[in-house]
Ligand binder design. Structure first.
Ligand SMILES: C[S@@+](CC[C@H](N)C(=O)[O-])C[C@H]1O[C@@H](n2cnc3c(N)ncnc32)[C@H](O)[C@@H]1O
Length: 295
């Protein structure tokens, strides 16, 4: 189905709305704090141990964060890394200048309280432009992160090969990606969404793992089941619900700008694939995975 309303705008074309929708609605509803804890726990136990075995403490430790946003995970990685490495540099790539600025301020605050040297370089633009044009893409990195961002970076196999080409021999790529959730279900059912937003929201961690294996990489996987409470999505007047709809469809102000029959089709589908709990809340079951990829 083609878009019938010319007012409809992909969410990534409106970074301000993206930030608002992601951090003020989706992040909360999808319990990203719980996911954050799982990712950082996994980093502090498994990843740190493997990194310290693989990499000499004396060398500068380099991190590339792709689709970094405000960089909550990467900031935590840096805090943990400074206990083992005396010099850490991070390159961050994102479309949103304001999110990158927030990250930079956080790194600056970290630097004040830390004995290690911590430096940060930012690329504000799409990953494809970073890879094609930035001198920083010619460097090799000890750790590359793509946390909830792989869906946005263009053709997935090309992106994977590009990321892997920037990884040092004993380096790692850490990916956090949906295995199966309401967004991947929605994009798989309504394929016109992907065409019109250029988001690969139907991409699953299973695709990533299988492709990494096919390229000769080893993958460690952690599965994280989470229930999404999507009750507000069914309340027309709920600002929170309307922000969630923007994230689920990857269109800015979807309820206002999409033809009503599209909205109805989506709402009916979301009801069909969710469950009602004993408190009358509508829940969508979701699985995220952490993938740690290495040679
Ligand atoms: C779901 S958010 C995740 C942000 C962050 N990693 C986190 O976990 O909080 C996806 C991020 O990818 C960024 N993004 C979208 N398209 C991009 C592209 N083509 N290149 C680089 N970043 C992009 C968005 O601006 C956003 O910050």
């Amino acid at each position: 189905m083609a878009i019938k309303s010319s007012n409809m705008k992909p969410l990534t074309d409106d970074p301000q709305r993206y930030r608002d929708v992601y951090y003020n609605a989706f992040y909360k509803m999808a319990l990203k704090d719980i996911l954050f804890e799982k990712v950082t726990q996994f980093f502090d136990t498994t990843v740190m141990m493997r990194l310290t075995h693989a990499i000499e403490g004396g060398e500068e430790f380099s991190v590339l964060g792709v689709g970094l946003g405000d960089g909550p995970h990467e900031l935590h990685f840096m805090k943990s890394l400074r206990s083992q490495f005396s010099s850490i540099c991070i390159v961050g790539v994102d479309l949103s200048e304001s999110m990158l600025n927030t990250f930079q301020e956080r790194v600056a605050a970290l630097e004040l309280n830390c004995e290690s040297s911590v430096s940060c370089q930012l690329f504000n633009g799409p990953f494809s432009e970073f890879f094609a044009g930035s001198v920083l893409s010619k460097n090799k990195y000890n750790l590359i992160s793509s946390i909830h961002s792989l869906y946005h970076l263009g053709d997935f196999e090309t992106t994977f090969i590009q990321l892997a080409s920037m990884m040092k021999d004993k380096g790692f790529i850490i990916v956090v990606c949906a295995k199966d959730n309401l967004i991947s279900k929605t994009f798989n059912k309504f394929t016109w969404l992907s065409k019109n937003t250029q988001t690969l929201a139907g991409l699953s961690s299973t695709n990533v793992r299988e492709f990494a294996h096919s390229q000769g990489y080893d993958v460690t996987t952690v599965d994280i089941p989470i229930q999404w409470d999507i009750t507000e999505v069914f309340e027309d007047q709920s600002e929170f619900g309307n922000k969630l709809i923007d994230f689920f469809t990857q269109f800015a102000f979807f309820r206002k700008t999409a033809p009503s029959e599209l909205m109805d089709e989506l709402v009916n589908f979301w009801r069909l694939v969710s469950i009602l709990d004993e408190n009358g809340r509508i829940l969508a079951l979701s699985h995220e995975e952490i993938l740690l990829i290495s040679k």
